[in-house]
Design a protein around this ligand. Sequence first.
Ligand SMILES: NC(=O)c1ccc[n+]([C@@H]2O[C@H](COP(=O)([O-])OP(=O)(O)OC[C@H]3O[C@@H](n4cnc5c(N)ncnc54)[C@H](O)[C@@H]3O)[C@@H](O)[C@H]2O)c1
Length: 291
Amino acid sequence: METEVLQEQPQTALEPPFSLEGRTALVTGAGRGIGRAIAKRLSAAGAQVMASDLDEVMLRQSEAECSRRPGQVRHFCGDLTDPAVPAALVQATLDAFGAIDIIVNNAGYSWDNVIQKTTDEQFMAMLEIHLVVPFRILRAASSYIRDTAKKEIAEGKRVMRKVVNITSIAGTDGNPGQVGYSSGKAGVIGLTRTLAKEWGRYNVNVNSVGFGLIQTRLVQDLNRPDAKMEMHGHQIRLGVQPTLLESVKTACPLGRLGTPEEAAGAVLFFCSPLSDYVTGEVLICGGGLHF
Ligand SMILES: NC(=O)c1ccc[n+]([C@@H]2O[C@H](COP(=O)([O-])OP(=O)(O)OC[C@H]3O[C@@H](n4cnc5c(N)ncnc54)[C@H](O)[C@@H]3O)[C@@H](O)[C@H]2O)c1
């Protein structure tokens, strides 16, 4: 029976072999899905977390689920594609916690179609959320990161900071029907590799994690009536056809989708001291699946 199979599954360890006590993380798209799981992992490791998303109700749930002590997790609600919001989020994090040590650019959604049916607005929206938003957040954080690192270095201290930009196997491999999404997710790898070179001197590890198929609303049954989100006046369908999902599972060496917790585990590696000598890399967390 299914319940027995589930009970036999190994529990994913939540307590990591390091501590992020005293570190401050900013996580976008933390209202649900993988972003919430990342916020949970980081707070379980001791970090203070600023959770950002579009949806206040979901953010309050994340805050309640992730906080292990009062005030450990705070939230910032706003549409990151508004050009003023990324800088406001960075400032809100500095105002709330006085520091930024870890930035996870995770917020995203898919607005899919083949090239001949993709409008300019649709294509630009995918570049905006997956590439321009991470760029604006990192640019806004750059003064704090550079100034703080310069002081630490002058005092003879090496304090490692972390940037993790979320990409996808659609970005590394390409995926038919996702011309905009794939382009945005490929672009963010260029941002990652360039910033790794610009910020190495400031002791910042800049890496990407690319997911295969992870069980969130982005891979729910596309035929469900609620499989959509509202964005800038558009009702955007979110999900995939169940038949496609089955064929993908067959093609995946591990034979299943990943959980948000498993996805967050790969991100946690890049947020932790375990990755202090890794930068400019893309780690694929997809059960071995490639498109
Ligand atoms: N689920 C997968 O199989 C999969 C595969 C590859 C990559 N990814 C990537 O992982 C990341 C997380 O996706 P998920 O599967 O958890 O999806 P999700 O829909 O569960 O969560 C994404 C979150 O991002 C937020 N968001 C979207 N646009 C925003 C905006 N303009 N401003 C603020 N917040 C915004 C949404 O409100 C949502 O809460 C995304 O970047 C996605 O592209 C997911």
